[in-house]
Every structure is written in C-alpha cells, then in structure tokens.
Design a protein around this ligand. Structure first.
Ligand code: GCW
Length: 678
C-alpha cells in the first residue's frame, strides 16, 4: 500500500487483478487524440499519467487504429457520431463516453461539444478504471447541473486563512507572478477532476489591496495556470475599495465617480485576464462596509458592480450572510427580512449567495428560509467545507451527508417536491444563472486538507456542485475506492463510517436542534456557558435559552416566529413540537426538561442519550478503523488513529461539559447510561 496523500483521489496505482488489467490494456491500447491546445495537452498528460500508473502502459497516440477516441463532436467522424446516444442532451461542459462496436471492433468514444467537456469526460473515464468498471458496458451521458461551481478561499494576502486548519494559504503572493508553484497546477487538476470551474482566491473579509495593479499581475499568473483546466478566477471586492485605494472619498454606489471607478477597475482586470469570473462581496455584515453606509440598499450595491463587469460576462456573487448589530430580531430571521423584499430587483448577472442555514454553518440547521422565497432571483448555495463548527482540524466528519440533507429538504414553495437542490440548479424557475460555492478547506498541509479525511469533503463538494442529486453514499464509496482500495472489506465498513460520522458530530455537539453553543471566537469545543459578549447573538445562552423551565429557542408564533418565513406546510408541521422532527426540536421550540418525547422518554433523558450516543459512535469509528490497516498507507493509518483519539477525547468533553452545564437547570439525574462524569 503506497498511497501518496498529496495525490488526493487521483491515485493511479497499478491494478492488481491480472484479468481486469489485461482486458483494460486491450481495450484502450491506442488513443486517438487530435487537440492542439493547452487543454488538449492537459488531457494528453492525464491519459499518459493514468495509463502508466493504473495499467503500466505507455499509451500509443498514432491515430490509425485507435480503440479509445477522444474528440470534440464537431471533429468526430460522422459514422461514429451517429452511434452515440443522446449527445443533444449535453451542454457545453457535458460529455458522452460510450462503448460501441464498429465492423466487429470495439471502441470507446469520448466526445463533447467543447474541450472543457472532454477534460471532464477524461477524468470520468479514468475514474471508471479506478473503480474497476466494465468498460465494455459504458454509456455515460453527463453534464453539470449547476453552472458556477466555485471554491471560496477565505485566504488573506498575508497567507493566513480565516477558519483554515490546513496550514497557510497556498497562494504565495510574495513570489507571484514569477514563481509558479507546482501546487497551483496540481490544485487546478484536482478541481477539474471533480468539475469545479471557479475559485475565489481571497477572503470575503480581505481588504482592497488585491485590486491594486501589482496584485492583478499576480492574479493573472494564476489565471494563466488555471485556464487550461477550465477554472476561472474571481476576487472578493471590498465595498470601500475606491476609498481604500486613496482614489475617492466615497464608495456610495449611486455616485457617478464611484460607478466609473469600478468600471475602470473591471476594464483594468479584464484587459489582463479576459476570462476573469467576477466578484464575491460581503457587504454590511460583521463590520464590512457596504451600500447601507450610504443609505443605499444591497440592490444598489450589487447592481452597480454588476454593471461594471457585465460587458465582459462577469458575475457578482452578493452574499446574504447579514445580521445587523442594531436589530434585536432573532438572528435566524434577518437575512430573509433584508433580502426577500429585493426579489427580482437584481441585475441578470447577480447571484445572491446564501449559506445553507440561517445561522452559521452549524453541525445541523434547517435549510435557509430564503431558498424558495426569492423565485425571481438566482440564489447560489454556500456550503462550508472547512470545519469551523465541526471540529476544525481534528474531527473526521463526512460533510457530503450534511450537504445532501440540505439539498434534499423540501421547501414546498412551489408545491411538494420543491427541494433546495431544485431551486439551486434552476429546475424550478429556469434560472439563467446557477451556482454553488464551498468555503475551501485547503492549505499548505502536505495532504492539502490537514486531516486526510478532509479530502473527502472537498471531493464531495465538487460532486454535488456538478449534480446536487448525487447521493452521499455514492460519493463516499467513489472517494474511498479512488483514494484507498476497491476491496469490499474496506469500502463497505468505511463508507458506513463516513456516512455515520456526520450524525455522530451532531450527537456529541448539538443534538435535537441545539446550535451555536461552541466556545466563543474560535468555535472549537463546547461553550454552552458563553455569555457577556459584545453582541448577544455571539453568546451561547442566546441560542439554547436553558433555564429552570426548559431549553430551546422558541421560533414559533409564541416566540420569534422565524417559522413564519417558511412555507405553510412546514409551518403547520413545525409549529407543534409533537410533529416537529426531533432533529429540529430545540431549534423551533423551548420545552420543559420533562417534556415527553416521541420515544416516550423525557427531553432530558433524550438529550443525555444523544450526547452519549455521539461518544459511542466515535468509539465505533475507532473500532472500524483498526481493521483497515492493510488497506491504508502506514503514516495515514497512524495519523488517523491519533486524530480519532483526539476526536474521542473531545467528544467526551462535549458530552461532559454540556450535560453538567445543562444539569444545573434541569436538576435531573444523569441516567445510568452515562458514565460518571465530573
Ligand atoms: O461564521 C462566520 C465566521 C467568520 C466568517 C463569516 C462569514 C469570513 O466565523 O469567520 O468570515 O462567518 O461567513 O462572513
């Protein structure tokens, strides 16, 4: 076993099964490839690399008697083209991979409308080999369901990464544009392999320095590296940039000089980077400047920027993560209150980027009520891949399970079946623009993500951005097979481990709808006691509201009425604790400690049992992992063991801290299932 963690899921180790290997060698011995472009070179390199690694062959490219034909549709021999099924279904980034027989000879055709489509097809084709699939049965017709599949780096120009746990930023701004690190190329390749087609290089909290001419040259160097891989670069735009640069005295979006400043800035960037993607903006949130500073609205701000990038097909991703310092309203309600009235008012090249839940990337939140509530505005999903509230660098948590849960939630906003996924991919409204963003968990760590299993979250984000209906189970299995081993004795128990890991973290951190009870500031570890912060909605007591009468946040009509922001089907169900799913119970209700749960037990008992269950689930993860040694690189095996030890220790800390803290209010005994804790 010799996986190299740096190579992520693109492990191309020789296939051991001799029969399989021989059949592959026969099927793809000679490749037709006739592309004369940087993307063509990338495709060729990838074919060479994977065939050398997986099949131990040097592919022939003599174009005479090929059995693997890689060609764009317009250059494909018409007789072959005729044999392909459903090519009209693919979009510009889609592809077809199909096994056909021609004059008794078998051939595999890989075709697409564009070279970018071919690149995605090539990565999928190689994946089929990694997964030991039968190539003689291949018929894959696939296109991304979402257009903008983007990583958001919260990377600062000093190379610190906000909420990053994998070392420093991989962007070495100091040595750019001259030094092009191999990591930049490998980063682009990894992203292309999972269909990610954009990257926002800077933190939403960054200052405007990155917009200066010096930095635009650095950015250009990166864009040149990424282009053959189909990846566009984007930047965050600080709203006060015209002032910060010393050019103007105002950033008022309705001021003519300000408008011109952004137009000039866009021109300057696009002159150097013609395929620049556009800007991501955090405005009037957590101290960031924005249009509100001038008495203007989010629409004024977003549209002003949208106009500046429109001539170049650029887009603006305007974040809806806002919660005002002045408003005493339930924080969960604020983004909806502020943004819903703007539905239909944004320009066509604006996406409103909404976090999956209304608070902040918790282990579990109900879906954000804005999904479905702005039918005339393209909404872009923002997931967090880095584990800010989910154990940071030390906990193994498979996030595709969380993402899947959100995407499958029914908003009922256009009748039953109006899932969040269908709103995001535009199915429900024929949106012209669609997008999904993931806050990256990537850094200078030798394995990119710090925790080896963080790689699965990067991988899974890409898969879901490509197709939000992909199941977490498929993602888990594919990732495990591509990264480690196809052996069922490894894949079956390990995919169970991955799929259960998300519920484990919910259980030992925030079961039954509890949320935001982490330690203040760094958000790692328990802190249900946190109070007396500069803002009430930064404390834990604001969210759990535990007192002698009970626990939970009443968001029904007797409380903040945040429930009112959801469709009536959801309101009806969730307004009564008896019909609210247990997983959201304390998100919507404040209930007495002896409230009788669906299980027949008291609320207090269920809280304790969930915390205990979470701890036991980590113990189960350890047991499973112990059996996997022979499938895993020794260093990865050892390190994961040590990390699981930390996770178990911290899970116990969570259980102990939360139960002892809440017990002072419940004044009820800990049931026998809880070991003695002090
Ligand atoms: O959750 C908060 C994080 C901040 C982050 C902010 C945001 C980038 O604690 O670190 O800032 O969300 O999403 O803007």
């Amino acid at each position: 076993v010799c996986q190299n963690p740096y190579d992520l899921w693109l492990q191309y180790d020789k296939i051991e099964d001799k029969t399989l290997l021989d059949s592959y060698k026969k099927q793809v011995s000679n490749v037709y490839l006739n592309l004369n472009s940087p993307t063509g070179d990338v495709i060729k390199e990838e074919i060479e690399k994977s065939f050398k690694g997986l099949l131990h062959i040097e592919p022939k490219f003599d174009n005479k008697t090929p059995n693997l034909i890689i060609s764009t549709l317009n250059k494909l021999d018409p007789s072959l083209k005729k044999k392909l099924s459903k090519t009209s279904n693919i979009n510009d980034e889609g592809y077809v991979i199909q096994h056909i027989s021609e004059k008794g000879e078998s051939k595999i055709i890989l075709s697409a409308k564009t070279e970018k489509g071919l690149l995605y097809g090539v990565f999928n084709f190689i994946k089929q080999i990694q997964l030991h699939k039968d190539l003689s049965k291949l018929t894959i017709v696939d296109s991304p369901k979402i257009q903008k599949r983007v990583l958001n780096h919260w990377d600062n120009l000093d190379r610190s990464v906000e909420r990053g746990y994998a070392g420093f930023s991989i962007w070495d701004w100091y040595l750019l544009p001259e030094l092009i690190k191999q990591e930049y190329i490998d980063y682009a390749r990894a992203n292309a392999s999972i269909g990610i087609n954009g990257t926002v290089l800077t933190n939403v909290n960054s200052n405007a320095l990155v917009l200066s001419p010096r930095y635009i040259q650095k950015l250009k160097a990166l864009a040149n590296v990424f282009r053959p891989y189909g990846i566009q670069v984007y930047l965050t735009a600080r709203f006060s940039a015209p002032i910060e640069t010393g050019d103007l005295e105002t950033a008022d979006p309705l001021n003519a000089e300000v408008k011109q400043w952004w137009k000039d800035k866009a021109e300057e960037i696009y002159t150097e980077i013609p395929d620049f993607g556009g800007f991501l903006v955090k405005a009037n949130s957590e101290g960031q400047p924005g249009p509100n500073n001038y008495g203007r609205s989010h629409v004024d701000g977003a549209n002003m920027l949208a106009e500046a990038v429109a001539p170049y097909d650029g887009i603006i991703m305007w974040r809806a993560f806002v919660y005002s310092e002045e408003k005493p309203e339930d924080r969960a309600k604020q983004a909806y209150s502020e943004f819903k009235p703007f539905d239909g008012k944004f320009k066509d090249n604006v996406l409103v980027q909404v976090k999956n839940g209304a608070i902040d990337f918790q282990p579990r939140e109900p879906f954000h009520p804005l999904f479905g509530a702005m039918p005339d505005t393209p909404l872009m999903m923002e997931f967090q891949i880095t584990q800010e509230y989910l154990g940071g660098m030390s906990h193994l948590v498979f996030l595709p399970k969380l993402f899947e849960e959100v995407l499958e939630e029914d908003t009922y906003t256009q009748g039953k079946g109006s899932t969040v996924g269908k709103i995001i991919d535009g199915q429900l409204s024929n949106k012209k623009l669609t997008g999904m963003a993931g806050v990256a968990n990537i850094g200078t760590a030798k394995n990119w993500t710090g925790h080896q299993f963080g790689q699965a979250n990067w991988y899974g984000f890409g898969r879901l951005a490509w197709n939000p209906e992909t199941s977490a189970e498929t993602i888990a299995k594919d990732w495990l097979k591509m990264t480690f081993s196809n052996n069922a004795e490894f894949v079956d128990p390990m995919s169970k481990l991955l799929l259960d890991s998300r519920e484990a973290v919910v259980n030992y951190m925030t079961p039954l709808g509890l949320h935001h009870i982490m330690a203040a500031g760094h958000h790692q570890g328990p802190g249900p006691w946190v109070k007396d912060m500069p803002r009430p909605d930064w404390t834990s007591v604001y969210y759990h509201k535990a007192d002698e009468n009970g626990i939970g946040f009443d968001r029904t009509s007797s409380g903040s009425n945040a429930l009112d922001q959801y469709a009536s089907e959801i309101q009806e169900k969730y307004s009564d604790p008896a019909t609210t799913p247990d997983k959201y119970l304390l998100w919507f209700h404040h209930l007495p400690w002896n409230y009788k749960m669906k299980s027949g037990k008291t609320l207090w008992y269920e809280i304790t049992a969930h915390y205990q269950k979470g701890v036991e689930q980590v113990e189960d993860m350890q047991k499973t992992w112990q059996k996997m040694q022979k499938y895993v690189d020794p260093q990865v095996f050892k390190e994961t063991n040590m990390l699981l030890d930390i996770q178990l220790k911290e899970a116990k800390q969570w259980r102990n801290a939360c139960l002892l803290y809440f017990q002072q209010f419940s004044k009820m005994d800990l049931p026998d299932l809880i070991p003695e804790i002090t």
